[in-house]
Design a protein around this ligand. Structure first.
Ligand code: TYM
Length: 331
């Protein structure tokens, strides 16, 4: 039986990257097994957050999950801080995680930058909490974008470390699932940088709540080159911005990059961009309107999150009970 877990931080506006790299791929997985989708607020506070914004973004992520097609009848939607076992297991796992493993994490290096000495301990140990999120549900599959690959490999290593330390075969080693045509959506201003909710330039990303006009404008202003679109994938690979826009088109249209090139071979960006914007609006527009509807029904939204909390807590506490027994904590 598959058990699927994934999560998104409520640390900024959700982007097209979160949609194409994660949420869109979660929808069909709901049919394949038990699925848990979390809003990882404990992760978000590894960098400073405004309390009022954090609250509203947490609800907005939940509303977006629902608007994209996560079905609360099939899957659990819940907030990480509502299930205290995540933090408890993170502590236990942190006692088994060598510093050397964490020192290799590229995301910490990127986020801490030159201010390494000032960075919070939580930012450094963040991947251990991520491992706990996954392992506390005995998750088998974790659908994520490409940037999370290293963290998922670490989660497997930590599961193995626990099993070895306590001479058991307790934790399941979770499989990363990097799915879809666009597992790494790039910035609209720089085709070599990931599209990110934390980029200071709003023009670098499409936010899930952007208006049709904003989408049109951002696509129009997206960095490109003066050449027409090539006819084959090899040529496209040498042009990062062109490759990004074509890949986004393919992911939204649910077809291959080759097929998009067949259709637009020889077109200039002045012809391709309006088509891309139109396609994007036809998909993101209805999701945005549905998200707004959910946000107007806070009572229903909070009820869904409470049900998620109760059911997730039941699963997580059963794992923790076994972990306590294996470790030798007095029952
Ligand atoms: P976060 O909040 O940065 O991103 C959430 C999901 O969106 C994907 N993603 C992208 N995919 C393609 N292109 C992009 N530009 C892009 N930007 C983001 C991410 O890969 C991710 O799947 N540490 C995680 C959250 C987390 C988690 C977990 C995920 C915490 N615990 C347990 C899975 C399992 C994070 O910061 O994601």
């Amino acid at each position: 039986m598959k058990r699927i877990f994934s999560g998104i931080q409520p640390s900024g506006n959700l982007t097209l990257g979160n949609y194409l790299g994660a949420i869109k791929n979660w929808i069909p997985l709901q049919k394949e097994g038990e699925a848990l989708f979390c809003i990882v607020d404990l992760h978000a506070i590894t960098i400073p957050q405004d309390p009022i914004m954090l609250k509203s973004r947490t609800l907005e992520v939940a509303a977006t999950y629902l608007a994209c097609g996560i079905d609360p009848q099939k899957s659990l939607i819940f907030v990480q801080s509502h299930v205290s076992q995540h933090a408890e297991l993170a502590w236990i796992l942190s006692c088994l995680t060598p510093l050397g493993w964490l020192n290799r994490m590229t995301q910490f290096k990127d986020k801490a930058g030159k201010q390494r000495e000032q960075a919070a301990l939580g930012l450094y140990s963040y991947p251990v909490l991520q491992a706990a999120d996954i392992l506390v549900y005995q998750t088998t599959h974790v659908p994520v974008g490409e940037d999370q690959k290293q963290h998922l490999e670490l989660a497997r290593d930590i599961a193995g470390a626990f099993n070895r330390a306590y001479n058991c075969n307790f934790f399941i080693l979770p499989e990363p699932q990097i799915l879809g045509i666009a597992p790494r959506v790039m910035s609209l201003r720089d085709g070599t940088k990931k599209m990110s909710k934390s980029d200071p330039s709003d023009l670098s990303r499409i936010n899930m709540m952007d208006s049709d006009e904003e989408i049109n404008q951002k696509i129009r202003k997206a960095k490109t080159d003066p050449e027409p679109l090539p006819g084959n994938v090899g040529e496209l690979a040498t042009r990062p911005e062109a490759q990004n826009l074509v890949t986004i088109y393919a992911a939204l249209a649910e077809c291959s990059v080759e097929k998009v090139l067949q259709e637009f071979k020889g077109s200039l960006f002045s012809a391709f961009k309006p088509k891309l914007a139109e396609l994007m609006i036809s998909i993101l527009g209805p999701i945005r309107e549905e998200t707004k509807k959910w946000l107007q029904d806070k009572v229903e939204l909070e009820t869904i999150l409470r049900v998620g909390q109760q059911q997730a807590t039941a699963k997580a506490s059963s794992t923790l009970k076994d972990v306590h027994r294996l470790i030798g904590f007095l029952q």
